[in-house]
Design a binder for this molecule. Structure first.
Ligand SMILES: [Zn+2]
Length: 304
């Protein structure tokens, strides 16, 4: 079998709960489209739309990397479950997409591919133990050791489903009291309404109001930070990393919640606080996915 590089470009796809970003590597990463994600659509139809968009560019795919939000069995290319993509349960993304595009496909979770993108840009150091935590609809996590992602037996880094409240809120994962029920977007909106703001206000609006002096909004962020700090203290106890990188939509509001997160963290452990934001990027996930495809399929390893 020939090298994928001879047959086409290395493509990257980032499938999120609201959008799909696609592009390929050619002197850096070139985004070619951002598609709407319809979570009620069947995965078959979504992947058909995706492959049609890719084929419509006239740049054939030699190999494709896919990042997708949820619990991914990277070895088999299956999305096991995703609270935000209920139609995709136990769906073999790799098999379907490689049939449609007639090229090899590798699949991993969106947080891991974002980390690969951040590593390649030098934003995450290539030595030492680091964690990445993405704050958005849920909480994603990645463990990075000496520039490589740690998978354990497959799923390491699912920080969002670490229990932080023994008999707490139910989670779509089937457990209860999961961290992402207390320190992700839905929780922030909930805190805002508990402090007197309107129900269902989106995080971006709460952030604007907090910046403009709305006390309910800043109280919501303070509480959000406290729960973030609780989970971070747990992670430091377990892994004692050199530091933690925050990413995801909510990390842009870090100024509003990091002070209370740090205070809570320091009241629960004695480790040195080293928590930073990664710069926002709408393409880092798709770029990381394309780089993952290069690592897996370029050259001698292909066909293995
Ligand atoms: Zn959970």
């Amino acid at each position: 079998m020939s090298n994928p590089r001879d047959r086409g470009a290395f493509w990257g796809v980032d499938i999120g709960g609201t959008t799909i970003v696609i592009g390929f590597l050619e002197n850096g990463f070139r985004r070619v489209a951002t598609m709407d994600m319809d979570i009620r659509e069947s995965p078959e139809r979504t992947l058909e739309r995706l492959s049609e968009a890719m084929e419509g560019t006239g740049t054939p795919a030699g190999a494709v990397g896919v990042g997708i939000a949820g619990l991914v069995d990277a070895g088999r290319g299956i999305l096991v479950s995703s609270p935000n993509l209920p139609e995709w349960r136990d769906y073999n993304v790799r098999e379907r997409l490689s049939l449609l595009l007639r090229c090899p496909v590798i699949v991993d979770n969106d947080c891991n591919v974002f980390a690969i993108g951040a590593l390649s840009r030098g934003l995450i150091p290539g030595s030492g133990l680091w964690l990445m935590v993405t704050l958005g609809t849920g909480i994603g996590g990645t463990i990075i050791l000496d520039g490589r992602i740690v998978y354990g037996t497959g799923f390491a880094g699912e920080f969002g489903h670490m229990t932080v409240e023994a008999y707490g809120r139910e989670c779509p994962c089937g457990s209860r009291g999961c961290w992402e029920r207390y320190a992700a977007a839905g929780a922030l909106s909930r805190y805002y309404s508990e402090f007197g703001g309107e129900e269902g206000t989106r995080p971006v609006v709460i952030a604007e109001r907090a910046a403009a002096g709305d006390v309910n909004a800043s109280s919501a962020f303070t509480r959000f930070g406290e729960w973030l700090g609780i989970g971070l203290a747990n992670l430091y106890h377990c892994l004692n990393p050199e530091g933690v990188f925050l990413a995801g939509g909510l990390s842009g509001s870090a100024d509003l919640f990091l002070p209370s997160a740090r205070k809570e963290f320091s009241s629960r452990c004695g480790y040195e606080w080293n928590v930073m934001q990664l710069p926002a990027s709408s393409t880092a996930g798709a770029e990381g996915a394309a780089l993952m495809a290069v690592r897996r399929f370029d050259g001698a390893e292909e066909g293995a």
